[in-house]
Ligand binder design. Structure first.
Ligand code: FBP
Length: 551
């Protein structure tokens, strides 16, 4: 019996993603136009020394057709890190592009992320396999994982596995860390004369893999549309019932791009942007005070309801918490094996004893549940898992306390009833919006063109994204160009620079200009659900962030 699919899935399966003009006209049989040699964004001397084979490569654009015949390519692909809508279309675009280069080309998918590449667990794609996943959300086609691919013995295994399958090109679909590792792997493959090309692809709903050349990471568009729809629905409920304050935490790890985009799309009464908190060194007390002040002001207007948006990574940007988390990270890394043997109470006691006086005070001031969340398992990079810290509940608690204090002093006379939400996983596997469906398919297709042009150490790039797809520009950006040196676990490491919200950028400036009005007036916007079929001004709309940044 064939698997049942929803009517929307059926209709979306027939959707033909749009491609940049050159690729739409010539497929992946395009000529690579080379720009001038490039430099890394900073630390040029050190990055050049670390990447002798991939440093300084020119930017590539695909403009016209190529007259060369392309031999078949056997390629492999992995999905790395958190899910992001459109990953399946990257693979579909890559598959179609490879077949266009030469119908005898083959594509293998390594299972469960980088781990599958190291352990040689794979599937081979064919038309029927790919067709089942076109324009669908999720990463379930081959799964994903967070294994760090960064050590030479892992690279040797990757090379051996590829050689055993005859694979000569790999695509790593991931965020800043995964693309950093793709760059190191590309360099290693060249140094070893392995004959394996490595191409990256910019993925993450967090929106923090972007720069002058990568305008957006895929998945941000769809995920923020899903969250904005849900926020809009909640606002409408709040504005109807007029009795609840909704504290909504939004995914995004360190960066607040998601919270900012959702704020621009819905006009909440208050939104916190972590980067501003860090810049102004705002304390937790001041954050709580600012929220309570908005609640008080609205209460004076007889409005006992509203919406607060909280970025997932906030806790790490509050100065006293940043210090606390950094001490906890070091402590847990150093004492991991002993720590794991302890029960919850002993863990808390142990931590309290070892922290410095200042941070110990900050730790003790937090409710027990938050303390436990702060000492829970780290991610593979040794970082606290911010998605598991219930900042939204913490803020409700602290704001409630302050409002009670104000009430006792006769400074506030309202009624505060709050509900908490966390929107994250709900948006990561949504069916990609038209933008993400087109963008992802184009990124995958571009990656195949880079393979056809025998390039390695590049990230697939599609630019001019605020224009219709036939004006998009496909090409490749040298991964080393986006690198600088950063301190990681006490060592200086070459990494792709993470893009945080820029406080002098247009999206933040617009938000800052409007937020006082949104705080007291009910200026809400209700974006509604993603539309896949209908007028282009509704279906092909991009994020406010990219519109403001690029136009
Ligand atoms: P990537 O950076 O790998 O794209 O993942 C993003 C993200 O969705 C973050 O927003 C979130 O903090 C994290 O993944 C959650 O991780 P996990 O999926 O392991 O729970």
């Amino acid at each position: 019996m064939s698997k049942q699919i929803s009517p929307l899935q059926k209709a979306r399966a027939a959707y033909k993603p749009k491609l940049p003009k050159a690729l739409a006209a010539h497929g992946s049989l395009v000529n690579a136009t080379l720009g001038s040699p490039t430099e890394s964004i900073a630390d040029t001397k050190e990055i050049k020394e670390l990447f002798p084979n991939t440093y300084g490569l020119p930017v590539i654009t695909f403009e016209g057709p190529t007259s060369e015949n392309k031999p078949p390519i056997k390629a492999g692909v992995i999905l790395s890190g958190g899910q992001a809508p459109g990953g399946h279309n990257v693979i579909a675009g890559l598959y179609d592009g490879l077949k266009k280069l030469n119908p005898a080309s083959e594509l293998y998918g390594f299972l469960g992320g980088p781990g599958g590449l190291i352990d040689n667990k794979y599937v081979k794609f064919d038309d029927a396999f790919i067709n089942d996943y076109r324009n669908t959300g999720g990463f379930d086609i081959i799964g994903s994982g967070r294994t760090k691919l960064e050590k030479e013995d892992q690279f040797d295994k990757v090379i051996a596995n590829c050689k055993s399958l005859g694979i000569t090109a790999l695509v790593v679909i991931g965020g800043d860390d995964s693309n950093t590792n793709a760059c190191v792997l590309a360099e290693y493959c060249l140094k070893q004369k392995s004959g394996i090309q490595v191409i990256g692809c910019p993925k993450t709903i967090d929106g923090d893999l972007k720069n002058d050349w990568i305008e957006a990471s895929f998945g941000f568009d769809t995920a923020t549309k899903v969250y904005s729809e849900m926020i809009g629905n909640i606002i409408r409920d709040a504005n109807s019932a007029k009795k609840y304050w909704h504290f909504i935490k939004l995914m995004g790890r360190s960066a607040s791009h998601i919270a900012l985009e959702c704020a621009l799309k819905t006009h909440p009464n208050h939104a916190i942007i972590s980067e501003e908190i860090a810049e102004n060194k705002t304390t937790l007390k001041q954050i709580v005070n600012a929220i309570a002040t908005v609640i008080k002001k609205r209460s004076e207007q007889k409005k006992e309801f509203g919406i607060i948006l909280i970025p997932e990574g906030l806790i790490e940007f509050v100065p006293e918490m940043k210090q606390l988390i950094s001490e906890l990270n070091d402590l847990l890394a150093a004492e991991a094996s002993y720590f794991d043997t302890l029960g919850d109470d002993d863990k808390l006691q142990f931590v309290n004893k070892k922290l410095s006086m200042e941070t110990s005070q900050a730790f003790s001031s937090l409710p027990g549940t938050i303390q436990m969340q702060l000492i829970a398992d780290r991610d593979p990079h040794g970082n606290v898992q911010v998605s598991k810290i219930e900042t939204e509940k913490l803020l409700i608690d602290l704001v409630g306390d302050l409002l009670r204090e104000w009430k006792a002093k006769g400074q506030y006379n309202g009624k505060f009833s709050a509900l908490n939400h966390f929107f994250g996983y709900e948006g990561r596997c949504a069916a990609p919006s038209n933008f993400d469906a087109d963008y992802c398919y184009s990124l995958g297709y571009t990656a195949s063109a880079l393979m056809g042009a025998a390039k390695s150490g590049y990230i697939s790039s599609v630019r001019n994204l605020t224009k219709p797809a036939d004006k998009w520009i496909a090409g490749g950006i040298p991964l080393t160009m986006m690198m600088n040196l950063e301190r990681r676990h006490g060592k200086s490491k070459p990494v792709i620079r993470k893009a945080l919200v820029e406080l002098d950028g247009k999206p933040f400036k617009l938000f800052a200009q409007m937020r006082d009005t949104w705080a007291v007036n009910d200026d809400y916007l209700y974006p509604g659900p993603i539309q896949y079929f209908g007028p282009t001004e509704v279906c092909d709309i991009t994020t406010d962030t990219i519109q403001l940044e690029k136009n």
